[in-house]
Design a protein around this ligand. Structure first.
Ligand code: HBI
Ligand code: FE
Length: 275
């Protein structure tokens, strides 16, 4: 059954992925034979550029998990990544044609399955791409799934997403995803480090988020996050900082229903406002 594609944000361009290959749960096999030499070369170049920027900027858990993706000179096979990942934290990566609707997305996370886009950007998009491609999903998100606390948090996020959908609070919860799992910062003993996939997979934003004096950096406060709008096509003007993944897990463990009620009655805060 062909499923309807999903387009992220207001992009007028049709989605890149071949949604006809996806099943009812929006997953599709990683058709490894489709990758061209140019695709493998793009992956290798993206990896090489990014890994050189990680020291002093990526959190220690990300650095520890990255080698588990396997060799960097070609696009990894999902089943090979899964051999180690399933043993480590019970997570597995599944192929998807691109962005998928909230409920299928949350359902996969709730079952410890992380959706990884199966196509890679063109060489012309080497420096920037709006939609997440395989490099963003694999390099940005998967290494932290080897960390037991973060892995548990991601599953709880998925379960919370299904609940948020029932409560009509997906927009509020997606802000939490944005300001933590995509663009979160963590204070570690040797300094401020990135743990968000959107930061870790971007050369420019990794330096901006950790080193620039421009953005404001606030302690993670779930209610403040849920009131804060975000932009998908520019560096963040606000980052939220945690001191440990345990803090992230504990702050997002409570039932959000009362927070959703309170936030719905409060004015939103623009991405760069002190609020
Ligand atoms: N689909 N494949 C994919 N990857 C995502 O990160 C993703 C998605 N669909 C919805 C979504 N993220 C956002 O709504 C999250 O903020 C929940
Ligand atoms: Fe992402």
């Amino acid at each position: 059954m062909a499923v309807e594609p999903v387009v992220y944000g207001a992009s007028e361009r049709p989605p890149r992925g071949d949604y006809a290959r996806a099943g009812a749960d929006y997953t599709c096999p990683q058709d490894y034979s489709r990758y061209t030499e140019a695709d493998h070369d793009t992956y290798r170049r993206l990896y090489e550029r990014q890994v050189a920027l990680l020291p002093g900027r990526a959190c220690k858990e990300f650095i520890a998990g990255l080698p588990s993706l396997g060799p960097s000179h070609h696009i990894p096979r999902f089943e090979q990544v899964n051999e180690g990942l399933v043993k480590a934290t019970g997570w597995e990566i599944v192929g998807v044609p691109g962005l998928i609707p909230e409920v299928p997305f949350f359902t996969l996370l709730a079952n410890r399955k992380f959706p990884v886009t199966d196509w890679i950007r063109t060489p012309e998009e080497f420096d920037y791409i709006v939609e997440p491609d395989i490099f963003h999903d694999l390099f940005g998100h998967v290494p932290l799934l080897y960390d037991p606390v973060f892995a548990d948090h991601m599953q709880e996020y998925g379960k919370g997403g299904l609940k948020a959908h029932r409560l009509g609070a997906c927009e509020l919860l997606s802000r939490l995803y944005w300001y933590t799992i995509e663009f979160g910062l963590i204070r570690q003993k040797d300094g401020l480090r990135a743990y968000g996939a959107g930061i870790l997979s971007s050369p420019g934003e990794l330096q901006h988020a950790v080193e620039s004096s421009e953005p404001q950096r606030l302690p993670l406060d779930v209610e403040r996050v849920m009131r804060t709008r975000y932009k998908i096509d520019s560096y963040q003007q606000t980052y939220f900082v945690i001191d440990s993944f345990q803090e992230l897990f504990d702050k997002t463990a409570p039932d959000f229903t009362p927070i959703y009620e309170r936030v719905k009655g409060l004015p939103e805060i623009a991405a760069g406002d002190a609020g």
